[in-house]
Design a protein around this ligand. Structure first.
Ligand SMILES: *Cc1c(COP(=O)(O)O)cnc(C)c1O
Length: 353
């Protein structure tokens, strides 16, 4: 049997999904209890009075071509956050299953696992080696009830890409035994290729991508789960039938037109230059002890005086992320790279003229 199915919760495999109103755009819709008129101010193409197309075909095809996979390997979600939620609900049995993550890392993996009643096993990244991952420690910590293994590359909040060889080692050792989820939310900023081609090599591998970061659409909520068709088919039954709102579908389709993609790429290049400018500035601040190397659109900094850094930023009208609650980051803050004007304001706040 396919491990994507045998690893899943039996109730989910047996689930009879909600049967939504048929999507037949050539026919007048009198089958979904919608209003026949548009609401005031509706500027969508399809009309907000209509339920949106579930997993819209045109969008799925654009996303598949953007990410270099087949449409059968794509699930569109309300942000990558919802993909994490869907994976948790498919694979984690309350009270017995667990996830494995390498911290400090993105907070949603463990929140989604805990909501589902699952345990969280943590294998720390090695701070002394630039937050690198130790695949042997990951494999030693793994046991059969660990159904989801999250690998975030570039990692949030440490900003580094994980070693390709280490990821490959983990993927091959756990293939068929756990769903290995490589979160590439920031891959566009890394100047490194996505590993998505590995879907052809590893059966139980999945990827998370998002339009929130590099495509500037965080407010639209559009993420993608990329995995083998058997997993995508289960996920389509678990995700709510009308997950994606019509304005989101239309905004994403606009962003994925060739002209927009090209414009987005040049803004991305400009922001990477701006990141170097902000880094050089922050390194001169008396409040900053270290700016870590970054493969993303943000900088992880260790402070000499994080309280003052936070206080001065807020006094200057801007806010950075306080990471000090994490035991591995007792003096650390995370700064998203802004425009030149915003970066200059921040630098003035922290004592760089
Ligand atoms: C921002 C982020 C996401 C989720 O992004 P969405 O806005 O939900 O698409 C996923 N993973 C990481 C590591 C992130 O930082």
């Amino acid at each position: 049997m396919n491990p994507l199915i045998t690893l899943a919760r039996p109730e989910i495999v047996a689930l009879k999904p909600y049967s939504h109103a048929a999507w037949l755009p050539s026919l007048t819709r009198m089958h979904a209890n919608e209003a026949p008129w548009r609401p005031e101010g509706d500027n969508t193409i399809a009309g907000l009075n209509r339920y949106p197309e579930p997993q819209p075909q045109a969008l799925i095809e654009r996303l598949a071509s953007l990410y270099g996979v087949s449409p059968t390997q794509v699930l569109a979600t309300r942000g990558a956050d919802e993909a994490i939620d869907v994976l948790s609900r498919i694979y984690l049995r309350a009270g017995s299953d667990a996830i494995l993550q390498c911290g400090p890392t993105f907070g949603m993996y463990q929140v989604a696992a805990r909501i589902q009643g699952a345990e969280v096993i943590e294998v720390p990244l090695d701070r002394n080696q630039g937050w690198c991952i130790d695949p042997e420690r990951v494999l030693a910590a793994w046991h059969p009830n660990i159904k989801l293994v999250y690998l975030c590359s570039p990692n949030n909040p440490t900003a580094n890409l994980l070693s390709r060889a280490a990821l490959e080692h983990i993927c091959s050792a756990l293939d068929g035994k756990a769903i290995v989820v490589i979160d590439e939310a920031y891959i566009e900023w890394s100047r490194s290729a996505s590993l998505v081609g590995w879907l052809e090599r590893f059966q139980t591998l999945a990827f998370l991508r998002t339009l929130s970061k590099a495509h500037a659409l965080a407010g639209a909520r559009l993420g993608t789960l990329l995995a083998a068709p058997a997993l995508i088919q289960i996920a389509r039954r678990v995700i709510p039938p009308y997950a994606l709102a019509q304005p989101t579908i239309e905004a994403a389709l606009r962003a994925l037109k060739p002209d927009e993609l090209a414009a987005s790429q040049s803004r991305l290049e400009a922001l990477l230059m701006e990141k170097d400018y902000l880094r050089r500035g922050l390194e001169l601040s008396p409040l900053v002890a270290k700016v870590w190397p970054s493969d993303a659109n943000f900088l992880l900094i260790d402070c000499r005086d994080a309280d003052r850094f936070m206080h001065n930023s807020i006094a200057g009208g801007l806010i950075v992320r306080d990471l000090r609650a994490h035991p591995a980051l007792p003096h650390s803050l995370r700064v998203s790279v802004g425009t030149r004007a915003q970066n200059d304001t921040l630098l003035r706040c922290v004592g760089v003229a």
